[in-house]
Design a binder for this molecule. Sequence first.
Ligand code: R5P
Length: 291
Amino acid sequence: MMILAFPDYLTQAQRLATRLNAPLGEVNLHHFPDRESFIRLPPSLPEHVIVCRSLNQPNDKLIELLLCAATARELGAKRLTLVAPYLCYMRQDFANEPGVAVSQRIIGNMLAGLFDDVLTVDPHLHRIASLDQAIPIQNAISLSAADEIGRFLKQKFDYALLLGPDSESEQWVATIANKIGFDYCIANKQRRGDKQIEMTLPDIDFLNKPVVIIDDMASTGRTLGKAAGLLQAAGSKDIYAVVTHPLFCDDAEAHILQAGIKTIWSTDSIDHPTSCIKLDALLANAIKAII
Ligand code: R5P
């Protein structure tokens, strides 16, 4: 078995390789001036190769994954496992009007054709119950960072109120709150556009206690920003945020901090200065369970 890492996931892959006591190989990646990708793999691969890369900024990465998987097969890999802590293209899970590409199904089928196993963390599954409905293979494994996030929060706070910014977040927020004995509540959110969010907070007391907003990802940061603004208006002065996936597009991080959030923490699903909650133990245990 070999852990094969793309450069943007190398430090996390090193930790995973150490946990699994497996050799680490690196994908050599180059972009030509027209943005075509050149990739080179270690010329000698074992039968089982675990390809590691989070799929934020997905368009180039998906092509590179295709090149990588096909080349690994040519080099003799019999079993290919993808570890993609952040899984892309999960939003569009139905055709809300005629002609819309159901990208979750299309990209899911592509990954199913390339890999024998796919492992991810807190994927954005909304209208489907399990990951294998999007990626039709036996080992389509959806892990949760709830234990890791819960342990982290328990170390930081004796008590905090956890806030989920929308109904979809309840699955994570409730699990974390129940594990560590904190209270939680859920806001009501409507997204009107990429950066337009309407939200109402539940009618409870936010005074005199730390409030931690928890979500699966921060993309534009508008969800966290809106929640923080409303919390401040409700008198809350001690506001924090934890996300599994720190996508932080464009001005997202600055927007969140300006909105009154003191600190943002995230997992290392994507390398970022906020990524202090490590996922290697979770991923290593899941890999051990399938080999
Ligand atoms: C939405 O359903 C997700 O759970 C997140 O709340 C959302 O993707 C965050 O996006 P943004 O940072 O752009 O508001």
